[in-house]
Design a protein around this ligand. Structure first.
Ligand SMILES: NC(=O)c1ccc[n+]([C@@H]2O[C@H](COP(=O)([O-])OP(=O)(O)OC[C@H]3O[C@@H](n4cnc5c(N)ncnc54)[C@H](OP(=O)(O)O)[C@@H]3O)[C@@H](O)[C@H]2O)c1
Length: 358
């Protein structure tokens, strides 16, 4: 063991509805000395995705549940503080499935963009970390070049495939996935409408993220506004939310339109999740429309390609994003994840862990 003192957030009970601190036990341990090809990483930023709440439920899903007694998995960026891997010397910034803890013993991986191992877990193996690409903000690998940016890229460009002149509507549009998805549709030549909660978010969508229009679902009738803004119908509805917002999108779908089901955060992703609707699926039939779902890791063989193109758009200023950084300790991860379900986050939700490297 080295002298690093680690705090690890172990999931010790299955949460009901909203996540609580009592669902976790904080384990205090040392950190093993790295063996050949391994490094110790001081975790600096942790990223939060709504799906993480779903991984805490028992039962079958696209990813294995976090087992009771297991460290909560999650994507993070940190700094190498002890190294037995020449390609990742002390001081290198790396990212990977670091988990909700202060320090992580990891295996050194090649390249810069990974397979999003935190989504599926690594079944007892040490997490693999990769170098943060040079010349880009380190937190970018957790958002715009991480799960959410890659999701937006494949969901929008592969499943949605907008054409110039299409009307594309994105729900959850001021969030990490939705904001990138809408900007990609604009770059494809579409007219973009974002749906988000509250005037600050809708203003940001139009003024900063360059959506053509924005709808505030908290104060406006979404279906009526979409009908006004897109009288010819919505060619592509990219849904992050489900429930009544999805119903409004379907009500306005154009002939031969497409609905991409990226996520359904309004369900809360709790075990007892009860999401309302959609009750108007027959509209899909009569408009000869279609609905498609996907998980980002379906495209894991193409992550490098997507990251290269997204990096180009970031550097040219064609894509902007917001990081929402809360400063705290690993124990704050519970409250930080809950922010996504309360709509408190503005862009990619991150937790910045304070503290010296050792
Ligand atoms: N398919 C995939 O592989 C994949 C991968 C990653 C993410 N996703 C999905 O993408 C979606 C967005 O994820 P993200 O990480 O980018 O989070 P995010 O959009 O940055 O944050 C979640 C946002 O959802 C909105 N929201 C929360 N509760 C809502 C409700 N009841 N009704 C309407 N909006 C609500 C809030 O924005 P407002 O303030 O606007 O309400 C909140 O800020 C989620 O559904 C997630 O599961 C899918």
């Amino acid at each position: 063991m080295t002298t690093f003192e680690n705090r690890r957030m172990l999931l010790t009970s299955r949460p009901e509805w909203t996540l609580k601190h009592s669902d976790f036990t904080v384990e205090k341990t040392g950190v093993p000395t790295p063996g050949a090809g391994q490094v110790v990483v001081k975790v600096r930023w942790l990223a939060f995705d709504p799906a993480m709440r779903g991984w805490m439920n028992d039962g079958p899903s696209y990813a294995p549940p976090v087992a009771l007694g297991e460290l909560m998995r999650g994507h993070g960026v940190g700094e190498v503080v002890d190294s037995a891997a020449p390609e990742l010397p002390v001081g290198t910034q790396v990212h990977g499935n670091l988990g909700w803890q202060d320090f992580a013993l990891c295996r050194a991986g090649a390249g810069t963009i990974g397979g999003l191992e935190h989504v599926h877990g690594q079944a007892g193996a040490l997490p693999t970390v990769r170098k943060v690409p040079d010349g880009i903000a380190p937190t970018a690998v957790l958002g715009v070049l991480g799960t959410t940016g890659l999701t937006a890229y494949f969901g929008m460009l592969e499943l949605g495939a907008p054409r110039p002149g299409d009307v594309v509507v994105v729900s959850g549009a001021a969030g990490a996935t939705g904001s990138v998805a809408g900007q990609l549709a604009r770059l494809a030549g579409a007219r973009t409408i974002g749906i988000a909660g509250g005037p600050a978010k809708t203003r940001w969508l139009v003024e900063t993220a360059r959506f053509h229009d924005a709808v505030d679902y908290k104060s406006e009738d979404v279906s009526a506004r979409l009908a006004e803004l897109a009288p010819g119908g919505v060619n592509l509805f990219y849904d992050n939310v489900a429930g009544p917002v999805l119903e409004a999108g379907i009500r306005n779908i154009a002939q031969r339109g497409t609905v991409v089901l990226c996520g359904g955060i309004s369900s809360g992703y709790s075990d007892e999740a009860t999401v309302v609707g959609p009750s108007n699926l027959s509209t899909i039939t009569v408009r000869s429309a279609c609905m498609k779902g996907f998980i980002v890791t379906d495209f894991r063989d193409r992550f490098e390609e997507a990251a290269d193109r997204l990096t180009g758009w970031i550097r040219s200023g064609d894509i902007v994003w917001a990081d929402d950084i809360v400063e705290g300790t690993v124990e704050d991860a519970v409250d930080v994840l809950n922010r996504l379900f309360d709509g408190k986050n503005f862009g990619k939700q991150l937790l910045q862990l304070a503290g010296p490297a050792a």
